[in-house]
Design a protein around this ligand. Structure first.
Ligand SMILES: Nc1ncnc2c1ncn2[C@@H]1O[C@H](COP(=O)(O)OP(=O)(O)OP(=O)(O)O)[C@@H](O)[C@H]1O
Length: 571
């Protein structure tokens, strides 16, 4: 339930819209009650053939309630939906702000289909919390109290019948349905989440599935889950319909009881017969606002689970930094120092970096080499503050990395990662991510330099850049890094996927461009390292060797052996 309190707190930031929606909801409902009540009274009065002028006031009320019902119903729909959409907007921003600092750690704990389902579908589902859970009971209670007071002025007993009806329709029936929907709701959510995961995995793994001829198996898995989901939805729909019809039937029974009680009172002279139709019709109408109570349990449970799943993400890891005020970071290279840095990934048992100490002077270029899994990329993950908890110190010039914000830390760096993301946008749009104010000439120049002349700035890339080759994607990523013009460049296997001729071409363009900048260059290929000021060799999360290319080759240690191995492989 704690999640619902937090949710309500976020929601109440839209107080004005919510109050307006509740007020209009009350006006619409009370106008309906007034319309039917005065209508009933008008019919009863007319039957007694009074002079026409005695009916004028009642006719005026009927007209007034008729118009106000239409107007307030329209306004209530408008404002309640407006409030819902503003609340949804607020919730999206709230959750985005909360989970953005947790990436990429979040991706190692949740499957992307599940994450997508949470941040899109679960947030979407919360719209019902206001529309179907929060606001109908408030409107119902106020409308019942008002109608109850009117009925009470005619008969205290009839007012009690109304109160009894309210308890049955508004609380007892929904309570029973809370119990009944619990099980179905659980299965429904399980199936929804499963289908989202299955479809995302199907789309991501489409090529591999096709090559391994497993498409049909996966398709039938999805079809099966879809069928089960439809069955659960049917059960859920049936139960909601049952809830509403039982509530409606109960409301008719209460109105019928009211009629019987009223007739008895008229016969015994306690109640003037001219008011009987009015009181019965008012009772019948007032229950219109109580019948939606039957579907509240289902929506309440849905909202509670959706909120819990979302808050689970935000609580997932407390690796969130405190709020740092923005710092003026230098635009020229600075010295980087790692002192006794030890780091392990969340939930991982072993250290990814074990007491790492090294320095990179301003404008120096170092290569980090080593076997796969030895900890090379982890150095970049820490510098970019993707993970914030580590032991030891990392400094950037005069700053301690721990004391500056992610934004400021990232301003130091231009990055080419092993896998770079491309948007389903034009080549121009993908390049402008790095330098939003770059001119077309500047963009075209960098493209030409990267041997990407054939790509037009207006060419639209497909999702994740799959419409160009892996090598072209790497070159485009390098172009993006060059455009950003940051003082320190971090490159993690930037020539992955390039053939050796293109690799040489790209590197020959790259090296002059990085003049005057600091570079950390991670590679498993040991070619062209003679140019580097220093080579750091990693093995099993530790630095095992460090020196220039000549020094390392001379000592004939680990690097030398790696180099010999590579030579043997290439032949
Ligand atoms: N997100 C993660 N969660 C848990 N463990 C991780 C994660 N990323 C990497 N590791 C582990 O941390 C260790 C160091 O990984 P890292 O990516 O730094 O190695 P690497 O030398 O860059 O490897 P490669 O050359 O294959 O990219 C490895 O044992 C790896 O399995």
């Amino acid at each position: 339930m704690k999640e619902l309190f937090t949710l309500t707190k976020v929601m109440l930031s839209e107080k004005k819209a919510i109050l307006l929606a509740i007020l209009l909801g009350f006006l619409a409902a009370i106008s309906s009650v007034g319309l039917l009540g005065t209508g009933g009274y008008l019919i009863s009065q007319s039957a007694l053939h009074p002079p026409l002028y005695t009916l004028t006031l009642t006719i005026l009320f009927v007209r007034f309630f008729g118009l106000s019902r239409a107007a307030s119903r329209y306004a209530e729909r408008y404002f309640s939906h407006k409030a819902t959409f503003s609340i949804l907007g607020k919730l999206r921003v709230y959750f985005y702000d909360k989970i953005e600092p947790l990436a990429p750690a979040l991706f190692s704990s949740y499957r992307s289909g599940d994450l997508l389902s949470r941040v899109v579908a679960d947030v979407e589902r919360l719209q019902y919390f206001f529309l179907r859970v929060f606001y109908p009971p408030l409107v119902m209670i106020v409308v019942f109290i008002t109608t109850g007071i009117v009925i009470y002025t005619f008969s205290i007993f009839m007012a009690f019948v109304l109160l009894f009806g309210l308890v049955i329709v508004g609380f007892v029936i929904p309570f029973i349905f809370t119990y009944l929907t619990e099980n179905i709701g659980y299965h429904l959510r399980q199936k929804r989440s499963l289908i989202s995961v299955q479809i995302t995995e199907f789309l991501f793994g489409f090529t591999d599935l096709r090559t391994n001829r497993r498409l049909k198996d996966k398709q039938s898995d999805i079809a099966r889950t879809s069928k089960e989901l439809i069955e659960e939805q049917e059960k859920d729909g049936m139960l909601a319909a049952k809830g509403e019809s039982i509530s409606l039937s109960a409301a008719f029974v209460i109105a019928w009881v009211m009629l019987v009680v009223g007739v008895t009172f008229v016969e015994s002279g306690v109640l003037n017969g001219v008011f009987l139709a009015m009181l019965v019709l008012m009772t019948l109408t007032v229950f219109e606002v109580a019948t939606p109570m039957a579907v509240i349990p289902g929506h309440l449970e849905e909202s509670r689970v959706a909120a819990r799943r979302l808050f689970q993400l935000t609580k997932h890891q407390t690796d969130v930094e405190e709020d740092f005020s923005s710092t003026e970071v230098p635009t020229t290279p600075v010295k980087i120092t790692f002192s006794d840095v030890a780091f392990s990934y969340p939930n991982a048992e072993r250290l990814a970096l074990n007491k790492i100490t090294f320095e990179l002077e301003a404008k120096e270029k170092i290569a980090i080499v080593g076997a796969s899994g030895s900890g090379k990329s982890s150095v970049l993950n820490l510098l970019l503050k993707f993970y914030k908890k580590f032991d030891g110190d990392i400094s950037l010039g005069n700053f301690q990395l721990k004391n500056i914000s992610e934004e400021d830390a990232r301003r130091f760096f231009g990055v080419v990662a092993q896998e770079n993301h491309f948007f389903n946008d034009t080549v121009r749009g993908n390049l402008l991510v790095a330098k939003p104010d770059a001119s077309d000439e500047e963009l075209q120049f960098v493209l030409n330099e990267m041997s990407l002349h054939h790509l037009q700035l207006d060419t639209v890339l497909s999702e994740r850049g799959f419409s160009i080759s892996g090598g072209e994607r790497q070159r485009l990523a390098i172009a993006r890094m060059v455009l950003k013009d940051a003082p320190i460049l971090l490159m993690d296997e930037p020539t992955t996927g390039l053939d050796s001729i293109t690799e040489q071409e790209v590197l020959s363009f790259l090296w002059p461009k990085v003049e005057g900048k600091s570079v950390i260059y991670i590679t498993h290929r040991l070619v062209g390292l003679e140019k580097m000021d220093k080579i750091i060799v990693f093995d099993k999360s530790k630095i095992v060797e460090e020196g220039t290319y000549e020094q390392l080759m001379k000592v004939k240690g680990y690097f030398y052996q790696l180099k010999q191995l590579e030579k043997e492989k290439i032949g």
